[in-house]
Write a protein that binds this ligand. Structure first.
Ligand code: ZN
Length: 350
């Protein structure tokens, strides 16, 4: 297949495809998965398709051609609404295959100890519970749904507090492990259709680092809206572009990029998408931790956020200026062989 369908140079020259590198220092399962994915993209086993923006426009600029593992991952920003998306991106069928066969391995989870990971997620779940109950007032016996619930660890504190909890996830191993370890019965393998089958309506739905993986944003959000009570809440966390790059990735744009993410959001572009799907913002920050409520009003897609494109692009350029000195320093150390020397010394010390 041709990978030249976008036909423009990316915003940052170091993010061209030829610069893609397999990251070192990961476990053997991760390295094997990364190699497999790269080959499947190159041979066309993973197929790509062009998709227009949520707002309907196809007028974009290219940000990057690669993700942090070096995979082909053309990321564009829409000039009309400022939403960032992968385009072209893997087809839904290819993504399903990717999640089933490679995803958790590629990002290192299969190399880590499941018990430790579970404990880590239990702590994260407790923090999220504390955060949410500070912001919301749930009725007694409230129904709590989570789409992409992993082990079910974020539902666990809600269950302990007496709420009626249900979760779904495509990851078979983690759901089975979660059922055993948490004792929660209503953890299902699959997508939001599994929550429809419960015939329950949610007081709150949680989407924790899930929305950025959806292929059909509007379709998924409208489905979720249908399984919520009138006035129901939806909690959304995603890696917010305007916070994550500086605070988590040390200003390196590449740190945010992974080919499993079909979209990247700022609070402005997320609010736009949510309002078009019948939700209104209750609380949110650029990190993004946010709460939305079902609304009777649907924003029209043509009313795009004002100057969001300019705001996001100027942030990305600012981050790149901040990161470049470090990038060139690392390149110099690599050329002189010093980086490898430091790494070896560190490994010996460990
Ligand atoms: Zn757009």
């Amino acid at each position: 297949m041709s990978f030249d369908s976008v036909g423009h140079k990316p915003l940052f020259s170091r993010l061209v495809r030829s610069n893609g590198k397999i990251q070192v220092g990961m476990g053997p399962k991760a390295q094997k998965a990364i190699k497999n994915i790269g080959e499947k993209i190159e041979t066309g086993e993973y197929e790509f398709e062009n998709v227009s923006c949520f707002c309907g426009s196809s007028d974009d600029i290219l940000i990057s051609e690669i993700d942090r593992q070096g995979f082909y991952y053309p990321l564009v920003i829409c000039k009309k609404c400022g939403l960032i998306r992968a385009n072209p991106r893997m087809t839904k069928a290819s993504y399903i295959k990717f999640y089933a066969e490679e995803y958790r391995n590629a990002y290192g989870e299969s190399d880590s100890d499941v018990d430790k990971l579970f404990e880590h997620r239990i702590n994260q779940g407790k923090q999220r519970y504390d955060y949410l109950v500070k912001h919301i007032d749930l009725p007694t016996n409230a129904v709590v749904f989570e789409v992409g619930c992993d082990f079910g660890t974020a539902l666990f504190p809600f269950a302990e507090a007496g709420y009626d909890v249900y979760g779904c996830d495509y990851g078979v191993e983690h759901i089975e492990c979660g059922r055993k370890k948490t004792g929660l019965k209503n953890l299902f393998i699959g997508g939001s259709e599994k929550l429809i089958e419960t015939n329950k309506k949610a007081d709150i739905v949680m989407l924790h680092h899930v929305l950025e993986h959806f292929c059909d944003l509007e379709g998924e959000l409208i489905t979720i809206r249908k399984i919520m009570k009138p006035g129901g809440l939806i909690y959304i966390a995603v890696p917010g572009t305007l916070w994550w790059i500086n605070n988590i990735c040390g200003a390196n744009v590449l740190g945010l990029l992974q080919n499993a993410h079909t979209y990247q959001f700022s609070l402005g572009s997320l609010t736009y998408v949510m309002e078009c799907c019948g939700f209104k913002l209750i609380y949110g920050n650029e990190k993004i931790d946010s709460l939305f409520k079902i609304d009777n009003v649907f924003r029209k897609k043509q009313f795009v956020p004002d100057r969001e494109f300019q705001r996001v692009v100027s942030y990305l350029k600012r981050m790149e200026r901040k990161y470049l000195p470090k990038y060139y320093l690392i390149k110099c150390l690599e050329m002189l062989g010093i980086k490898k020397m430091i790494k070896n010394m560190r490994q010996k010390r460990c």
